[in-house]
Design a protein around this ligand. Structure first.
Ligand SMILES: Cc1ncc(COP(=O)(O)O)c(C=O)c1O
Length: 392
């Protein structure tokens, strides 16, 4: 008998990268609860409660609000393939990796894709979007609310009006913003949005909350061609989530749904406003600490994400060596830059459970040690002191 691999014993990390974030023990415990059947009355109740809590989180009355089986990218594909028919025009706003991915997904769904671009780290002005909408009159405009690859927050309200005035639908990526920043699906009149579980929801990766407006739903119901993906077909999936039909579609990942249910309970126990404020406070304290260590932000202040801090790697400091030291000596994971930001930025996540005073102070002390190892001149204790002062 060959030797068996060892059992799974992952190291304990502090997840301060671009996701996944730290998972509260209550959510991990929910994952380990007894599995029931996907049509068990107990599970159907979990589904109903999950939908209600998701609507509260998305701040929407949208009937079609549920958790797609799959990670955030499955949410992206779900929104695109359900709204797009071959030949439909779609405008995608690209200012980072995830806008690029959305354009790719739209092209595969046979949309006629037009893109507009901003350099990584910047956001779109309403005027830029207005000009592109005027030029192309798209059926769907796709945009990323919180670009995890760059740390930039895209304001959406004016853009929504521009899209709707032209008769289009607004599709928004809320993977990183949901549960860390206000996401106002109804107030901003977003027609389709998707998220992921592993960012500010602090649940393991595996589900993608999505929501479609009444207009979005109407477009799905009246489309002429079949939805390109059987697995992500909202007409079919919605029949399973609907308390009227409960038609079998695929076997739901039962335990992942338990975990999301518990993560949502934690979010609503804390309260949305309190949660947003916690993310903001910890971001500001981290920022004070980083600045006192001579580390600058890569994004202009009004557009910085509180849950994903993209900072410039100081000159002469080795990106990979510092990240390895943080991981090996302190158990802290942070992210490197993506795309054109690779080697130039670090992405420091303060998402969901990870966003705490303890982690901000720990990280600043650890980073100080790493910068000193690199020969950088930093005042001992300056980062922690500045962060503490920001909390005072
Ligand atoms: C903004 C954004 N969109 C989409 C995704 C894709 O999600 P996933 O990696 O869970 O498939 C991510 C993941 O980091 C993201 O940050």
């Amino acid at each position: 008998m060959p030797t068996l691999p060892l059992p799974v014993t992952p190291p304990r990390r502090i997840l301060m990268g671009p996701g996944p974030s730290d998972i509260p023990p209550r959510v991990l415990a929910a994952l380990g609860a007894p599995t029931v059947g996907h049509l068990d009355p107990y599970f159907l109740q979990i589904m109903d409660e999950t939908q209600t809590m998701l609507r509260q989180l998305f701040r929407t009355q949208n009937q079609l609000t549920l958790a797609v089986s799959g990670t955030g990218s499955a949410g992206m594909e779900t929104c695109v393939v359900n709204l797009i028919e071959p030949g439909d025009r779609m405008l995608v706003c690209i200012n980072g990796v995830f806008g690029t991915r959305m354009a790719d997904v739209a092209g595969r769904a046979q949309a006629q894709v037009t893109t507009i671009e901003r350099p990584f780290g910047e956001v779109f002005t309403p005027d830029e979007v207005a000009q592109a909408v005027k030029r192309t009159s798209p059926k769907v405009v796709g945009i990323v609310h919180a670009e995890t690859s760059t740390g930039a927050r895209q304001p959406l309200e004016e853009i929504s009006k521009i899209v709707h005035d032209d008769g289009g639908l607004l599709l928004v990526d809320c993977v990183t913003s949901l549960a860390g920043l206000p996401v106002e699906i109804d107030a901003w009149q977003v027609d389709a949005a998707y998220s992921g579980t592993q960012k500010c929801l602090s649940c393991p990766p595996g589900l993608a909350p999505v929501t479609f407006s009444a207009r979005g739903l109407d477009v799905i119901q009246t489309r002429k061609s079949k939805i390109q993906s059987w697995y992500l077909d909202m007409k079919l999936v919605a029949n399973y989530w609907s308390d009227k039909s409960r038609a079998y579609h695929h076997t739901a990942p039962i335990n992942m749904n338990y975990a999301l249910h518990e993560a949502l309970r934690i979010v609503h126990e804390e309260g949305l406003e309190a949660r947003f404020e916690r993310h903001r406070r910890n971001h500001l304290a981290l920022r004070a600490g980083l600045e006192s260590l001579g580390v600058e932000f890569a994004v202009a202040e009004p557009y910085r994400l509180p849950m994903l801090n993209a900072v410039k790697i100081p000159a002469g400091v080795d990106d990979k060596v510092v990240r390895a030291q943080l991981l090996n000596e302190f158990g802290i994971e942070i992210g490197g830059g993506l795309g054109p930001m690779a080697g130039k930025t670090w992405r420091i996540g303060l998402m969901g459970e990870t966003s705490s005073r303890r982690n901000v102070l720990l990280f600043l002390a650890a980073l100080e040690a790493c910068l000193q190892s690199q020969g950088a001149k930093v005042d001992a204790g300056a980062g922690v002191a500045a962060a503490n002062a920001a909390y005072a």
